[in-house]
Design a protein around this ligand. Sequence first.
Ligand SMILES: Nc1ncnc2c1ncn2[C@@H]1O[C@H](COP(=O)(O)OP(=O)(O)OP(=O)(O)O)[C@@H](O)[C@H]1O
Length: 270
Amino acid sequence: MTYKPAHIELRDITHAYQTEAGPLPVLDHLSIKMEEGSFTAVVGPSGCGKSTLTRLIAGLMRPDEGQVWLGGKMVTSPRPTVGMAFQNPVLLEWRTILRNVMLPLEIVGKRMSRTAQEDRARELLSLVGLEGFEDKRPSELSGGMRQRASLCRAIVHRPEVLILDEPFGALDAFTREDLWQTMARLRLEEKFTAVLITHDLRESVFLADNVVVLSGRPATSQFVLPNTLPTNRTLEDLYSQPATDMLAILRHQIQVAQGRAPADDAKATA
Ligand SMILES: Nc1ncnc2c1ncn2[C@@H]1O[C@H](COP(=O)(O)OP(=O)(O)OP(=O)(O)O)[C@@H](O)[C@H]1O
């Protein structure tokens, strides 16, 4: 199955979880637009509702109010056209790496021959530097390698939307930077609209076209930073202007979201 990258629109979303202690408001009139083929990072204070946002986009739950639109269609149920990768790669130990990556094709790629499915999985594994590891089991790979395989699995069926919920969060700093570069390479070769949830501001500036800062819970879109770095950016770019200016603005916005800095500070409008 092949889909075009989808335009994503969150329209005026309000949501509360029903808990034993009463309703817990999580999202408050949140609106975000993401162009097709774009890469959007979402940052915000811990517990503000970022993962909730990804569940709404994937159709795993419906908002109390407002609508989610993907590619011109309103989301009302889980969509097979969404790929997801999480902090924990959750690969199946009884399958080889190749067969783990092929899994989504076995579910939604029924029109592809087995050979075509295998070729597609091998192509991606090679793109992320895992050629030669196809027949290994997940436990035989390092954490970074498992996460590479999990990225392949998330995009093997050419999803219209790729949701990345802190996929690099558990990796050491050097492996994480390697994975950022892998992700940037995948983006050049594959077409999807990506939403990245992260706590790492440098990661957001390295990977995204736009960085959305959510306010504290219940979250709304507090600030959107368009990335002014060139598309062929390097890790070195993160240590000089304009990246350092963008990082300062984002750090300030997070402090505003945490209630630690006033919103009317000069940097907030930079
Ligand atoms: N199914 C649920 N039922 C009740 N409360 C929930 C449920 N899922 C999440 N929450 C609560 O809703 C709030 C937002 O959760 P969410 O996971 O979306 O935040 P987050 O911004 O992704 O968090 P973090 O930054 O810590 O990863 C949190 O207080 C969380 O405890």
